[in-house]
Design a protein around this ligand. Structure first.
Ligand code: ADP
Ligand code: MG
Ligand code: MG
Length: 892
């Protein structure tokens, strides 16, 4: 028979820190601390699988009841108190705790076991009736709220009234008498709301609380959190039953929370807050302003010394920064929790590096401790350090970045004001698909309700926009077009500033600035003055030592190429040539080319474009000296370059010497029903070979010129949207001919490769044939995802969020590579192609190249490199290191 209940107390425990899956994080660490000899009040943990069993079958087995009965008896022995004993009652807390730390679970119930009789016993045993009744009223309100469903606000109202009528300045000033009568009022309230008396039997109380913990696993908030973070629903939560220690026994008692290092900067100093004569979460609840932990040295010196010593031991033992919760009862210290502390990315970097210096962890562990996506935080705009502002509310940090704008309460107004050039922040109760255009128009989104998977959160993250959701302090009045946040009234048109990385909301237009790392990358801050950048660079260097995948960037301009190099890109995986045609007078030459009636006209226009392209390529080769540059030939349908009516058309017709009707006829002749699947990619080069020829010439001329300047050039020419090998063969011949011609005339040879994008299912399925004509493959996973799903990326935003919310898709396939479908095509293509050419160079250049899970996929699929936006390069480098380290650690 497997056990379900694990005891801890008297210096030994049944569990250890390695049993998180069974006991949950809280339970496993309570056991570990007990084993270490850290003072922890005794208790026991019900295994998480019991939660799963209960939710599946309902009911509680006799076996479990018996185990709990035995554990309780042991607890009575160890503590010398008895559960329900009117003379000397044992009181316990009932606490949830899953294997992964999860907000949104049940609030802890304290002082369970109190009733009208035992409260008298507690009063006599402690000699402190005030304390006994304070504990009782806390228990009544918590239990009634969490288990019986009586809103906590109704208790708080009674409490506030009691303070008023007795003239007490704060809760701790209420007399024993006042608390005693408050308890009666609480009990009446429970009776009035639930139609039944508050349960007096401690056994009934206990099982009620245990079942409530189990139920809390299925609360919407908890379910949403698991969805966003990919935590399986089948884990369940442990239940911890811990004998009470009391921080509310007087001025020699207290409670607090602390971090072994500063969680926002990472600085190595003990950091925390505490309150004298308080219980449970008074510190974080914000009822009284907590004291800085240093004050504790003065107020409770003995306990403070012990706490300092204990926190150092815990950090050494767990070898990571700890977030601890403690209580002092009449001068004696107890630890109630320790866990790995949450921290900002800057703090995570500093702590990881310091711990390597201190010999606590290895470089490899330091690399693994930083999550790739966390690096993003280092790049987003931040609120300028000069803005010493206090937030007026805090919500869920759904999507990072700092943004300020004027408040607008409906999507139409957001759109209108945006079109007038105003910066708007869309504020909604919650968003729905009808708000989509408003989100597009806004710089940031703020909602009062909704969790991390709400519509607003998903859409904003997808667009890379700052968003804060579930900011419950907001009260929006649509009627008055205003909102209240605490005492502040914010009207439509007022300025606010959001920090999406922390969830903080500020009044006014706070100055924002690029982050420290970005300022170094952009060359406006010297590295020597940038400690976070230095830490970042060191850690990235360690990561590079472990990865196998190369990381390139998608960059279209010399400027982007330089940014990419500064972020450590090892080449360009995708240089889109069409972007070059939009700037300045180039678009005119491009339009001339499109409008031309015959090849001669097209060639004349192309001749104008050639020097412009050549200059761009030369700049890019220079920025990427020594690294490969993959240049994709023209890809989009030609009509994208033409104006669609209006004044612009008029001017164009004039400059080309065409009648307006003539231009309109050409434009409409180019119009396609489904341009995404129309005349684009290599299909352009097949119909207009002179375009391919011009682009190839521009590339080779630039390459030779750069080469003459001593630059190590490695051009790779990439043919887009191939579905059959014949297309590649056709384009290849043109490119090779251009190469021979240019190099012949210029009298200098440079090495080059010709390859193709694999972005259509048919290309993947015929990869073996295509490989014969290709020096490299690059998976264009954006189009490959579109064509595999038959789903247009530009239109998916309208309905994909509902798919995600309803769980029809686990992830947005345009963000996380769909390993099952699209990934299968990738794997097949790699396998078939390498059967033909064993060392064919293979990479990907979709947006996925910057997504950690997709990078892991690429590592496993045996790709040579990933290519992503310059700003995602560090994420990809770290993700590639993680993938390699995970593979190295995986059991054979
Ligand atoms: P959370 O998971 O929200 O941190 P906890 O279960 O840690 O909730 O409980 C919150 C707080 O309640 C603890 O930090 C501690 O102050 C208090 N608490 C919990 N159990 C006990 C106990 N047995 N004795 C005294 N205080 C307790
Ligand atoms: Mg806690
Ligand atoms: Mg494509």
């Amino acid at each position: 028979m497997t056990r379900s209940v694990y005891f801890f107390g008297n210096g030994t425990a049944d569990g250890t820190r390695d049993m998180k899956v069974t006991l949950g994080g809280k339970g496993a660490n309570l056991a570990e601390m007990t084993n270490l000899g850290v003072p922890v009040p005794p208790g026991f943990t019900i295994a998480a699988d019991q939660c799963v069993a209960y939710l599946e079958h309902g009911g509680i087995s006799d076996a479990l009841r018996a185990e709990v009965r035995d554990a309780l008896a042991r607890l009575e022995d160890v503590s010398g108190k008895r559960f329900g004993d009117p003379a000397n009652p044992l009181l316990v807390s009932v606490r949830s705790g899953a294997s992964v730390s999860m907000p949104g679970m049940m609030e802890t119930i304290l002082n369970l076991g109190l009733n009208d009789e035992t409260v008298e016993g507690l009063s006599r045993a402690s000699g402190n009736p005030r304390f006994a009744y304070d504990s009782y009223r806390r228990f009544l309100q918590m239990y009634a709220d969490v288990v019986l469903g009586v809103s906590i606000h109704r208790f708080e109202q009674l409490l506030a009234t009691k303070r008023l009528t007795t003239g007490a300045a704060s809760d701790s000033d209420l007399s024993a008498e006042a608390l005693r009568s408050l308890v009666k009022e609480y009990q009446q309230l429970v009776r009035a709301v639930t139609g039944a008396d508050f349960p007096m039997d401690p056994q009934v109380q206990l099982w009620g609380a245990i079942e409530a913990v189990w139920h809390s696993w299925t609360l919407k908030k908890a379910v949403d959190y698991r969805k966003v973070n990919g935590i399986p629903h089948t884990l369940g939560t442990g239940v911890n039953i811990v004998s009470m220690v009391f921080g509310n026994m007087g001025d020699d008692s207290g409670t607090g929370v602390a971090f072994t290092r500063d969680p926002s900067t990472g600085e190595r100093r003990f950091y925390g807050e505490f309150l004298v004569n308080a219980q449970g979460e008074d510190v974080v609840a914000g009822i009284r302003t907590p004291l800085h932990i240093d004050e504790m040295a003065r107020l409770l010196p003995g306990a403070y010394e012990q706490l300092l010593d204990t926190q150092a031991r815990l950090e050494q033992h767990f070898r990571d920064m700890q977030d601890i919760e403690f209580t002092v009862e009449r001068g004696t210290l107890y630890l109630l929790q320790t866990r790995t502390g949450k921290r900002t990315t800057a703090a995570a970097l500093r702590i990881a590096l310091d711990m390597v210096d201190e010999g606590l962890i290895t470089q490899r562990e330091a690399v693994r401790r930083l999550q790739p996506n966390q690096l993003d935080q280092l790049l987003h705009r931040v609120i300028a350090s000069t803005a010493h502002a206090t937030p007026i509310a805090v919500g869920l940090p759904a999507s990072p970045g700092a943004a300020s704008g004027i408040v607008v309460f409906d999507p139409d107004a957001a759109e209108q004001r945006h079109l007038k050039g105003e910066q708007v922040i869309l504020v909604r109760e919650e968003t729905t698909p009808e708000d989509f255009h408003g989100i597009v128009a806004a710089r940031a989104v703020l909602t009062a309700r909704g969790g991390m998977t709400s519509h607003a959160a998903v859409v904003a993250r997808g667009m890379g926009k700052c968003a804060i959701v579930g900011c419950t302090a907001l009260e929006i009045s649509n009627e008055h077009r205003s909102m209240c946040i605490g005492d502040h009234v914010v009207a439509e048109g007022d300025w606010i500033t959001l920090d999406g990385g922390t969830g903080r909301v500020f009044l006014g237009d706070l100055p924002t600035q690029p982050s420290e790392v970005m300022r170094v990358i952009n060359g406006v801050l010297p590295q020597a003055d940038a400690p976070t950048y230095q830490g970042f660079a060191t850690l990235m260097g360690w990561a590079d030592a472990h990865r196998r995948l190369k990381v390139r960037a998608n960059a279209d301009t010399p400027r982007d190429a330089r940014v990419a190099r500064n972020f450590g890109a090892e080449g360009i995986g995708l240089c889109r040539t069409e972007h070059m045609f939009f700037e300045g007078d180039r678009i005119t030459a491009m339009r001339e080319m499109i409008i031309a009636r015959d090849e001669g006209g097209r060639r004349r226009a192309l001749e104008k474009l050639l020097p412009m392209q050549r200059a761009d390529f030369e700049g890019i080769f220079q920025a990427m000296d020594g690294f490969p540059v993959t240049i994709r030939l023209l890809d989009p349908p030609l009509h994208e370059f033409l104006p669609h009516g209006g004044e612009e058309s008029f001017l164009l017709a004039q400059s080309l010497g065409l009648a307006r009707q003539e231009l309109a006829r050409i434009v409409s002749a180019l119009r396609e029903t489904n341009p995404m699947l129309g005349h684009r990619g290599c299909r352009l080069g097949v119909v207009y070979p002179e375009i391919t020829e011009m682009q190839a010439r521009a590339i080779f001329e630039a390459a030779v010129r750069a080469f003459r300047r001593g630059i190590d050039v490695r051009p790779e020419i990439m043919v887009p949207l191939v579905s059959d090998v014949s297309e590649l063969r056709h384009q290849r011949a043109i490119i090779e001919q251009a190469a021979e011609q240019v190099m012949g005339v210029m009298g200098e040879r440079v090495p080059y490769l010709i390859g193709t994008m694999i972005e259509l299912p048919r290309a993947a399925l015929t990869a073996d044939e295509i490989a014969h004509q290709a020096d490299f493959f690059s998976f264009g996973t954006n189009d490959l995802t579109q064509t595999t799903f038959g789903l247009s990326r530009d239109d998916a935003g309208r309905f994909l969020p509902q798919y995600l919310e309803a769980g029809l898709l686990a992830d947005d396939p345009f963000q996380v590579l769909d390993a099952k479908g699209v990934g299968k095509l990738v794997k097949w293509a790699v396998r078939d192609a390498r059967d033909v050419k064993a060392h064919l160079k293979v990479g990907i250049c979709g947006e996925h190249g910057g997504d950690p899970r997709s990078v892991t996929f690429c590592h496993e699929a045996g790709l040579d490199y990933v290519s992503c936006s310059p700003y995602r390069v560090p994420v990809a480098r770290l993700a590639a290191a993680h993938a390699a380290l995970a593979a190295a650690n995986a059991p054979a």
